[in-house]
Design a protein around this ligand. Structure first.
Ligand SMILES: [Zn+2]
Length: 313
């Protein structure tokens, strides 16, 4: 059995020490943008207090590792992540990278592709902001009709940093048209699409487009599990998964909640709709998938083998 190495906030771990891995969640998010007073600030203890019930419930549900997808510019706070990693046994994987154009901090907007890639490689291999806590993957994001030119720079820098480190690139991408454009750019930059995750692939309703991305080698991530008020309905997420399984692409599916989180600027950091937890995959989605014929080897593949391989360095 090949051992995958995952780079967590507490250091590297081999995937055989882990069970269920959630590839897209949030612990600390600040969507007010990096120009706002108090941006990205929060007391680590207060964050832990707010998230403790959700993390304990996740642990009880069998979650052993969680990928934090909040990038530079939307509140990534390495002090907070380091504290959380001390108070939960769940392993946390931190990102390098930037979010959509509107959230890219001023000091990063004029960097060349090579300079941006250098920063991300440094965060992946030496540590973030002088802490020695390393990022474990590259998270970027496209505007809805993107990529914009600045987001194209993110794609090229991500491809370069991934090729130098092996880190996977997870990109927030709404709809198949944008996904196609970014896969073209990444391939032209020499990236094997096996190192690319189409984040929010469930926003594309046409299942043939999921197949097209899988055929090109990409990871296809359905990460709105438990988000009852989001598009599409939860039952469609099961349909999308079964469609890829039936077509033989079970080794390229990722499943997560995109849930959480502490939000600076809100009373006690509590998001307006409350903290959405990390257990709907186990409590609701997997039972629905089993009812459609998935056995335990498929469940293990989707919840452990796939995220372990995707996030392996
Ligand atoms: Zn997210």
């Amino acid at each position: 059995m090949t051992k995958n190495i995952l780079r967590t906030v507490n250091g590297d771990v081999t995937s055989d020490t882990l069970g269920l891995i959630l590839p897209h969640e949030h612990l600390f998010v600040d969507l007010r943008g990096p120009q706002v007073d108090g941006y990205g600030q929060g007391e680590p203890e207060a964050v832990a207090r707010l998230l403790r019930p959700a993390l304990q419930a996740a642990e009880a549900a069998g979650v052993t590792a969680l990928v934090e997808c909040s990038t530079i510019g939307v509140g990534r706070n390495v002090r907070v992540l380091r504290h959380l990693a001390q108070v939960t046994p769940i392993r946390i994987i931190a990102p390098t990278g930037v979010y959509r154009e509107a959230y890219i901090p001023a000091e990063l907007r004029d960097l060349s592709v090579a300079a941006l890639a250098d920063l991300w490689v440094k965060e992946l291999t030496e540590g973030i902001e002088g802490t020695g806590v390393c990022a474990g993957f590259i998270k970027i994001a496209m505007s809805d009709n993107g990529p914009t030119p600045l987001e194209e720079r993110s794609l090229k820098a991500a491809a370069l940093a991934s090729r130098r480190t092996g880190a996977v690139i997870a990109s927030h991408t709404i709809g198949g048209a944008a996904a196609r454009r970014e896969m073209d750019i990444l391939e032209a930059a020499g990236l094997d699409l096996g190192r690319f995750i189409w984040v929010h692939a469930h926003t594309e309703p046409d299942m043939t487009v999921h197949l097209e991305a899988a055929r090109r080698g990409a990871w296809v991530e359905f990460d709105a599990i438990g988000a009852a008020n989001w598009f599409p309905e939860q039952s469609r997420l099961v349909d999308f998964t079964v469609n890829l399984l039936d077509a033989g692409f079970g080794g390229q599916i990722l499943l997560s909640h995109d849930a959480g989180w502490y939000e600076p600027g809100q009373p006690e950091g509590r998001p307006a709709d409350g903290v959405r937890g990390y257990t709907a995959l186990v409590d609701e989605f997997l039972p629905a998938l089993r009812a459609r014929g998935a056995d335990e080897s498929v469940v293990r593949r989707l919840t452990h083998d796939n995220p372990a391989r995707a996030f392996s360095l």
